[in-house]
Each structure stands twice: as C-alpha cells, then as structure tokens.
Design a protein around this ligand. Structure first.
Ligand code: PMP
Length: 373
C-alpha cells in the first residue's frame, strides 16, 4: 500500500535520452511582433508546385478511405523516373521519417551515430531518440570532411548520416569523396546519404549516391518531395537501398504513412520533369546573382558559402552581425534562418526565392553593412 500511495503522486518519467533532446526548431514565417513575413527560412520552392501535381491533388480520392499502405503507384513512378526496382523503394512521411527509422532500425543504446558538424538537426534527434550517442565529426571550412568522419568510426559506430548537398551549409561532396567515405566504412555500418537537395545539383555533378545504394548492402539514399517538387505540405519522402534495408524500414514505418492525396500528387509531380528542370535553372541563376552581390560586400565581412542547394549560408564576420541582419531583414518583410542552436550564431541561411526578392535582400544587406561600417 505504502508503495502504491507514493507512486500515485508520481508522474511518468521521460527516458533520459529523450529528456536530452532539443526539439527541432522550424523556420519561421512571422516576425516577433506577429507580422506575416515572406518565408525564405525553410528551403521551399519559390515557383510553387507543378500544375500537373496540383491537378492530381484536386482530383484526390475520398478522405474516408485509408491510403494504399504500400504507396505502390508512387513507388512504381519513382522506379520509372530513377531506374530503380520499386521493390527497393520505401516511402515515408517526409524523408524525416525515413531518417528516424534508419537510426531506429540500426542503432540503439550503447551505439554511436556519426555525422558532420553543421549538418541537418534531425540527425542528432534521430540518434538520441533511439538511445544512441550522437557523434559530430570536425568540418572542413563548413563542409563535410571525409577524413575527420572516418577518424571517428569505431566499433560502436552503427550509422553515418551525410546530407549531400548539406543543410545548412550548402556544401557538396563530389562522387569521388562520397565513394571514399563509403569505402572507408566497415560493411556493418549503415551510410545514409540524405539527398533532400539532390535535384538542385547540376546533373553533371551527380554524387553517385544512387549507384552506391544500388550496389552495396550498407547504403541508404533518401530523397524528398518537399524541396524541388514543391510538396512540403504533403509530407512525402522516399528511400532506396537493398531489400534488407527496405525490409527493415518497412517493419517499423507507420502502416499508412503517406496520405492518399500525397501519393497521387507526388506521382503526378514526378511526371513533370520540365518543372523540375525549370526550378533547378531558376535556382542556379538567381543563386549565382545573389552570391555575386554578397561577394561584393566581402570588405564588410559578409561571406556567402559556396552552395549546390536552394539556399545560401551567409557568414557575418565584420561589424554587421547575423543577429542584426536577421532583425533588419524581418523589418523589411523577410524571414530567413538563424541557427545559433546549431553552432552558427554568425550565419544566416537564406532560401533562394524569386529574383526580385533576392535583389531586395542583397540590397538591404548592402545598406545594413555599409551603415554599420
Ligand atoms: N534532409 C535535409 C538535409 C533537409 O534539409 C530536410 C528538410 N529541412 C529534410 C531532410 C527533411 O525533409 P522532409 O521531411 O520534408 O522530406
């Protein structure tokens, strides 16, 4: 009785590894005073969504029915477009779900999950939520450093995450470096190549991730419909690897993890590769112009990092601080991403929007930098 009475006063206790997690902080779309801002803080597509995908979405099935639990038509469409056997594809509620499932299936308490410093915040959460230890490898001037990653591998390492291109830095590992990373890993370590921004890379610079996933038992590639496909609101991602990896993720994913609307909309979006190409070209042109404008402010300490993605990380190394620039841009109506919690108090990650908006942002930053000189 005494034990029962004392327990009746208690509340459920979070597992210590869950209590150690810092919840993901999403990109904002409002200023601190509640004003709606133009959102360039979550790497969404400024061109919106393919009209073919929008038409499919409008024709979606009745919501009273469960979706196809296996996303079969969507997997078939992914297989066609990418030349992959659909049996080697698994869909997720965004690629976030697949990243978490990969950690959960292959790592647990006592294991280590490795990733570069300055990488996507979900890797740390994915490691911790299954009780594994997150380990950060040293970077090479804000890019992934293959030698530093390999130096961190030990007998406890179970999963390595690498985003290519990387968020939040925009850096890119060429195919030879990615292959060298894979070759240096023991066969029982899972390499997750997160290609959320892969469609933004010039096709001539393909990092070879899909070929690695096709050929090796220990490589999982993840992709998303949230970025170039303009379907962030629908929450659809996919992954590919050998049947063993796909089987592991299928065992633990939600049974109906992609909505019916999401499945049909994404399948239609895949058919509109002209929209993808137009989005990539728009991004390349506007990003080059934006970076050039910021490079001209180098004497004021602004340093845009080279990017292969649909955003640029700008470092503020002079009199104008990232925090002041963040506030100034909010005053002019723009929300961009400040990531002090990820060790980047000196940087702002700015999504590439329309040419007009990027010109206004570059102009605003120039005025602020010149004003604070
Ligand atoms: N990986 C990276 C590197 C990302 O930046 C993001 C989105 N911020 C994701 C994965 C997850 O995207 P989603 O869950 O929308 O597919």
């Amino acid at each position: 009785r005494a034990v029962d009475d004392s327990r009746s006063q208690m509340s459920p206790r979070m597992k210590p590894w869950i209590a150690a997690i810092h919840a993901y902080v999403p990109g904002k779309s409002r200023a601190d005073d509640g004003r709606e801002l133009l959102k360039l803080s979550a790497n969404e597509n400024p061109l919106g969504t393919s009209p073919l995908a929008l038409a499919a979405r409008a024709a979606a099935k009745a919501p009273s029915l469960y979706p196809d639990p296996d996303s079969a038509e969507l997997r078939a469409a992914i297989g066609r477009v990418h030349g992959i056997d659909p049996a080697r594809v698994v869909c997720g509620t965004g690629s976030d779900e697949l990243l978490n499932l990969a950690a959960q299936a292959f790592a647990g308490p006592g294991d280590e999950v490795l990733f570069p410093r300055y990488s996507f915040a979900v890797y740390d959460i994915a490691a911790r939520r299954c009780g594994a230890q997150p380990v950060e490898a040293r970077d090479a001037d804000y890019g992934a450093d293959v030698d530093a990653l390999l130096a961190c591998v030990n007998e406890r390492t179970r999963v390595v995450f690498i985003a290519n291109p990387n968020n939040p830095t925009g850096s890119f590992l060429p195919a030879a470096e990615l292959a060298r990373l894979h070759a240096g890993l023991p066969g029982d370590v899972l390499l997750v190549i997160d290609q959320a921004y892969a469609e933004y890379v010039d096709p001539a610079d393909d990092d070879g991730g899909l070929a690695l996933a096709a050929a090796h038992e220990n490589v999982l590639v993840t992709r998303t419909f949230s970025k170039i496909y303009g379907l962030a609101g629908e929450r659809i991602g996919w992954g590919t690897g050998t049947p063993h990896l796909v089987d592991a993720l299928n065992r633990i994913r939600g049974p109906f993890n992609v909505t019916a609307t999401g499945q049909s909309t994404a399948a239609a979006a895949l058919e509109d590769q002209a929209f993808v190409t137009a989005s990539r070209e728009h991004n390349r042109e506007v990003r080059a112009r934006f970076v050039a404008a910021l490079e001209a402010l180098g004497n004021h300490g602004l340093r845009p990092l080279p990017s292969q993605a649909n955003f640029v990380l700008v470092l503020f190394e002079g009199a104008l601080s990232a925090e002041t620039a963040l506030r100034g841009l909010a005053e002019r109506g723009f929300a961009v991403r400040h990531l002090p919690g990820q060790g980047l108090p000196q940087g702002l990650r700015i999504t590439i929007g329309t040419a007009e908006h990027m010109d206004v942002i570059a102009d605003s930053l120039a005025r602020m930098a010149e004003g604070s000189a």
